[in-house]
Ligand binder design. Structure first.
Ligand code: TRP
Length: 333
């Protein structure tokens, strides 16, 4: 039987965090064994944001090395670079013509960027970003998209566009489903627990990088905001106790232990006890990833070969599927 297709991607916009791992990459590693997986490095999304002294080429190799270090296996999955497969942007133009200004304007991520940039200097790439993302997904006839909670709305839009297209032209696109973890799909920023942990945050104390040094882990987790309710009880309650629930989520995601069990084990203990143990779990876990990473990151020709192979595999499928789409809309006889 033909395996279902999984597609996901991460922007090479900076150093990846434990949020990227817990919310996305961890699921990818598991899915490799069951599905036909495409894991993309979405560099065209990254250029919507302009950063000074940012070396995109290096960042792509960093991201690839992290994928590999976390256990994404190029023998099982297709790992490739978005900008190298021209069909992504070509399909993106077509889908632009089947989506509405109004629906893009309503995207929460876009609205947040408008506020962040004070309605000035917002480039159109940021506006059209979700359409390029829809193209990434639809181009491969994807069934499942493992992502973090923040991308849910973009997948909803992608599904709407795909359905619209199908209603016009017959069943051309598979309608993809998001895979969002119940716990861990949104690791919160350590200091500002109202927002997610983000690799583009300027406050480094909000983030634990996958390449974070041991000393920093203890320090940052210790500094993490916890909740000042009277009980100071260790309890999972994401609404009223987001800080401590976030720490519990990190602990649970990395050990595979159930949250209820962890809470039971820490019964009567202090926030700091949980924080200390969580730091130890993180250090143990990140050690292996970091070791793998530093073993491969400077082997540039090895990394470039992986990209080369992945691009060939992705291109083959993208080309066939894109031709079918062109035919459907009478761009090609
Ligand atoms: N927008 C996603 C993010 O920032 C990255 C992305 C681009 C993506 N294209 C995708 C994720 C396709 C899943 C599928 O996290």
């Amino acid at each position: 039987m033909k395996k279902n297709i999984v597609f996901s991607g991460i922007q090479p916009s900076g150093k990846l965090t434990i949020g990227n791992y817990i919310g996305a990459i961890k699921q990818w590693v598991k899915m490799q064994n069951k599905y036909n997986c495409f894991f993309c490095i979405v560099d065209l999304h990254t250029i919507t944001l302009k950063k000074k002294n940012f070396d995109l080429n290096n960042a792509i190799l960093d991201t690839l090395s992290i994928y590999l270090a976390c256990g994404i296996n190029p023998k099982k999955s297709v790992i490739f670079i978005q900008s190298h497969i021209s069909e992504h942007t070509q399909l993106s133009w077509i889908l632009n013509c089947y989506s509405y200004y109004g629906e893009l304007k309503r995207m929460t991520q876009f609205k947040n960027k408008l506020i962040k940039y004070n309605f000035k200097n917002i480039n159109s790439g940021i506006f059209f970003y979700p359409i390029l993302m829809a193209s990434d997904i639809l181009l491969y006839q994807t069934s499942y998209v493992p992502i973090g909670e923040d991308q849910k709305q973009h997948i909803e839009l992608c599904r709407n566009i795909a359905n619209r297209f199908n209603n016009n032209y017959g069943n051309i696109f598979n309608i993809p489903k998001p895979c969002i973890l119940k716990y861990g799909s949104k690791i919160l920023s350590l200091q500002e627990t109202k927002k997610k942990m983000s690799k583009s945050d300027n406050n480094y104390n909000n983030i634990i990088y996958l390449l974070e040094k041991k000393e920093n882990i203890f320090k940052k987790i210790k500094l993490a905001k916890t909740d000042s309710d009277k009980t100071r009880k260790i309890k999972y309650d994401i609404i009223n106790k987001p800080g401590i629930s976030n720490i519990l989520n990190i602990f649970a995601s990395l050990t595979g232990e159930k949250i209820t069990n962890i809470v039971k084990n820490f019964n009567g203990k202090m926030y700091n006890d949980l924080k200390y143990e969580t730091s130890k779990v993180l250090i143990y876990f990140l050690e292996k990833i970091q070791e793998n990473y530093y073993n491969i990151r400077n082997k540039e020709s090895f990394l470039k070969d992986i990209i080369y192979d992945g691009n060939i595999k992705a291109k083959k499928i993208a080309k066939i599927n894109f031709l079918k789409i062109k035919k459907k809309i009478n761009l090609l006889k």
